[in-house]
Design a protein. Structure first.
Length: 238
């Protein structure tokens, strides 16, 4: 029992560290200045800036840093809608790299254990059976830290192809919004600091739509998990 408790503590600690690290880094003046300078280079760097941006996305995803910056930087560098055309495939690629790394390096911390509840087991089975759908729905949920979610999904039986397709589809709505916001920002330092322009009603529409969409997504995922749990208890119901 104590071993199971320690295992859960380790899982939570790893997850919290992943969530806290990027915010801690961005509070360091030198790190923030480097990111600001890099964003300025991407905007003025032409094709080389685009290659650098793809590398930046991979590093950003590996650090489980805030998802909104990925779309905002593309919008700032390339405008709207070209930034969307750059951000969606680049973000998907970066998250796939993060998924593969997470599966190789972190999966053992989140691997199934004997102490997992039937509900946790059901969620894993639901992800295995409906990986694309669940990934897309989770990507549409603003209530969850998206880059950290990649590592959690890496600990499940989800196939890489389902993860990639679900991510590519699911990130589109918020990437559109973040790229649009980034395209309105004129200063790289303001972008990195998260100082967005006044969007008026558009901000509240996006927030309200995101919350409603997130609620619907979580409801659908819960239904899928309940069905998986019912099948696990009574295979005849499958």
């Amino acid at each position: 029992m104590k071993r199971l408790t320690r295992s859960r503590v380790v899982r939570v600690a790893v997850l919290l560290a992943l969530l806290a690290l990027p915010y801690a880094l961005l509070r360091i003046p030198a790190a923030r200045a480097w990111v600001t300078g890099f964003v300025s280079f991407v905007r003025a760097g032409g094709p080389l800036g685009g290659v650098a941006l793809a590398g930046f996305y991979v590093g950003w995803a590996l650090l489980a840093t805030p998802f909104w910056i990925m779309g905002a930087v593309a919008g700032y560098a390339y405008g709207f809608p070209l930034g969307v055309a750059v951000a969606v495939p680049a973000t998907t690629l970066a998250m796939c790299v993060s998924f593969v790394v997470g599966r190789a390096a972190l999966a053992r911390f989140f691997a199934p254990s004997e102490g997992d509840s039937r509900r946790v087991t059901a969620i894993r089975r639901a992800i295995e059976a409906s990986g694309f759908k669940i990934t897309a729905l989770l990507r549409m949920t603003p209530l969850l830290p998206q880059n950290a979610m990649t590592y959690l999904l890496a600990s499940t039986p989800l196939r890489l192809r389902d993860f990639a397709a679900g991510t590519a589809c699911g990130i589109v709505p918020f990437t559109l919004f973040y790229c649009y916001v980034g395209s309105l920002v004129d200063d790289a330092a303001a972008l990195v600091a998260g100082d967005s322009p006044d969007l008026g009603a558009a901000r509240w529409v996006a927030l309200g739509g995101g919350l409603v969409g997130g609620g619907i997504a979580l409801f659908v995922i819960a239904r899928l998990a309940r069905r998986a749990l019912a099948r696990a208890i009574d295979p005849a119901r499958g």
